[in-house]
Design a protein around this ligand. Structure first.
Ligand SMILES: Cc1cc2nc3c(=O)[nH]c(=O)nc-3n(C[C@H](O)[C@H](O)[C@H](O)COP(=O)(O)O)c2cc1C
Length: 192
């Protein structure tokens, strides 16, 4: 499969089968991630692979507590989207996915956020290549998760990637057409 096929096939996965994928496949995705470019080549990323059920449950517990508060308050565009898609405060995938990859960034480095997210993009396509699925889960209160994982000062949790074999009926959401997102020479606004 070429890169375009991988990108087209990939979709967000929030339900996983119980089968545990080989750890080497997760490590393969991280090998790919570390080849991402970064500001000043600072490579400001660290990946914590969580396999332990107790640590996963603790992460789920702190995230769901924050999610409950968040879902009580959320309104507007995001609130409507969450209702339409049926996403609520429950985050089963945090304890049910065989692995969680917590992605941390070193906030002392320049361009650390952009660089860390670039590496996340690499991870997503590499997982897809191995037949694995994930969701880029951004917890409402990352500090709680950092405490669970003993993260030192200066490192910030950007995202948790639950990883496993997909067992999710959810379709891939539609993407905009190429001609609607590209203009030449001068920016020309386009509709969907
Ligand atoms: C920066 C970012 C943050 C996201 N945060 C969450 C999240 O917290 N929870 C979640 O379920 N999905 C999250 N997503 C997944 C998006 O909802 C998903 O990529 C989008 O709806 C497209 O879905 P598709 O890739 O399956 O077509 C996030 C995606 C990105 C890129």
């Amino acid at each position: 499969m070429d890169l375009l096929d991988l990108a087209r096939n990939r979709k967000t996965v929030r339900r996983f089968s119980k089968e545990v994928p080989p750890l080497e496949d997760v490590m393969y995705a991280l090998k790919v991630a570390k080849e991402a470019p970064s500001g000043m080549n600072s490579q400001p990323w660290h990946f914590v692979v969580v396999k332990d059920d107790q640590i996963k449950s603790k992460i789920r517990e702190v995230c769901e507590a924050a999610e409950k508060e968040f879902h009580e308050k959320v309104k507007g565009k995001l609130g409507n989207w969450l209702k339409e898609t049926g996403i609520d405060w429950r985050k089963d995938f945090l304890s049910k996915a065989p692995y969680l990859i917590a992605v941390l960034g070193n906030s002392r480095e320049p361009y650390w956020i952009q660089s860390v997210w670039l590496s996340v993009g690499y991870v997503l396509l590499a997982l897809e290549e191995k037949g694995l699925g994930t969701v880029t889960y951004t917890p409402p209160n990352p500090r709680d998760v950092e405490r669970v994982l003993n993260v030192p000062k200066g490192w910030n949790l950007q995202v948790i990637l639950p990883v496993g074999y997909p067992d999710d009926e959810k379709p891939k959401y539609r993407r905009k057409k190429l001609e609607n997102i590209v203009s030449f020479d001068l920016f020309t606004p386009r509709k969907w």
